[in-house]
Write a protein that binds this ligand. Structure first.
Ligand SMILES: *Cc1c(COP(=O)(O)O)cnc(C)c1O
Length: 386
């Protein structure tokens, strides 16, 4: 049996008719950049995320970049974030000339630890505290970071909060949607996200009219009115085609999220039933609506062997992420070392993402768990005979 990590072809069959209709409309109009389809999607996403404003941008990475630029974060500033995330989170901080200050994760949720943030701020010199401007919590795998204490720390220290919600559209924390809690929420429409385009795309949400206006200008090279540049922005524009396709898919998002959540519950049931619950650490859900962009398990040892074994069995998996950001070569100038963030490092060594896409079947899930059980049993036999 084949179980790919992600299969978008099946989903396409469901939406094909609507996608072809709307894209043909755009081809006929020859209106490709921004315009009515982008504005319609902005309104839809603002409404979906329960936020006042949403601005379509070229990618999730550019969503982070434009939020940092609109916040006035610049050379010499410091931004707190997690080392256990996709590169773009910290990469964007560096691209505006600021320095990421990493804080370790909560090992249960893999999200940044609020206690760790407080401790990091306490350790800063007076000069460093003056340079500290923002926090970027990441809602990893589709589960919100522990936002209440993070927002409180931000309030106490007058810090901007930029939610990296690239993996978490529709996720909730104590009833509040991802992207609604901070000063900015950054979303990605990369095809593998829960709401993916047919290419790159992204969205920034904000409750602030002021920030929204600044970003409108920044998105188009700071041009306002046309050819008069009050700010140095960039080309952060979203295509009409991508916006129209994402609009079509947004109508299905809640249904797809429910299917992902059902699959997560099924995995938990199957793992418990075969007695693997103590060998394999399953995802926890804490006071949130987890949208399961990824279903990530954790094994104490031989993760890479398990992954290779599953691949041989026709099962696709992935490691998000094998190298925590503080140990990336390009950040060596920040002078972090191994063991600086033990939880992030241990997660990087032990986690494995299993297939969780909506169209996954029960038979496929049973096969995945069966193969993991087989691998673990083989390992136990091996240990006994050694
Ligand atoms: C995907 C992702 C991004 C970047 O989004 P792109 O659209 O690929 O630029 C940023 N942060 C996180 C956590 C992501 O998963």
């Amino acid at each position: 049996m084949k179980v790919p990590l992600l299969d978008l072809k099946c989903q396409y069959q469901l939406i094909k008719h609507d996608v072809l209709r709307v894209t043909e409309e755009i081809y006929d109009s020859q209106y490709f950049i921004l315009g009515p389809h982008v504005e319609a999607l902005e309104q839809q996403v603002a409404q979906y995320c329960h936020v006042e404003f949403a601005l379509g941008v070229s990618s999730g990475t550019d969503a982070l970049l434009i939020a940092l630029m609109a916040s006035g974060i610049t050379a010499g500033d410091i931004v707190i974030t997690t080392p256990y995330t996709f590169f773009a989170t910290a990469g964007s901080i560096s691209r505006v000339g600021a320095s990421p200050c990493f804080v370790d994760i909560d090992p249960a949720t893999y999200n940044i630890s609020p206690v760790g943030i407080s401790a990091a701020i306490d350790r800063m010199s007076h000069a460093e505290r003056e340079r500290l401007k923002a926090i970027i919590p990441v809602h990893l795998y589709g589960q919100c970071a522990d936002m209440d204490p993070i927002l409180e720390i931000a309030r106490d220290n007058q810090l901007i909060v930029i939610e990296d919600a690239a993996q978490a559209i529709g996720a909730e924390y104590k009833g509040r949607r991802a992207g609604k809690m901070g000063d900015f929420g950054c979303f990605s429409f990369f095809p593998s996200k829960n709401l993916g385009a047919f290419g790159d795309g992204g969205m920034v949400t904000t409750p602030s009219k002021v920030f929204h206006n600044i970003m409108l200008t920044l998105r188009n090279h700071g041009s306002h009115p046309k050819y008069y540049h009050s700010l140095i922005g960039g080309n952060f524009r979203l295509d009409a085609l991508q916006a129209a396709i994402v609009s079509v898919k947004l109508n299905y998002l809640d249904q797809w999220t429910k299917m992902r959540q059902d699959h997560a519950a099924t995995y938990s049931r199957l793992f418990s039933r075969c007695g693997l619950a103590d060998r394999v650490v399953l995802p926890v859900e804490k006071e949130t609506r987890h949208t399961f962009n990824q279903y990530v398990i954790r094994v104490a040892e031989k993760r890479d062997e398990l992954r290779a074994f599953l691949l041989e069995s026709g099962i696709g998996t992935e490691v998000y992420y094998p190298v925590p950001l503080h140990l990336q070569k390009c950040f060596s100038f920040l002078n972090y070392r191994e063991r600086d963030f033990p939880e992030a490092e241990s997660a990087a060594a032990q986690t494995l993402a299993l297939p969780i896409y909506p169209e996954l079947t029960l038979a496929q899930q049973e096969y995945v768990v069966d193969r993991i059980q087989f691998f673990c049993a083989k390992k136990i036999n091996h240990e006994i005979h050694e």
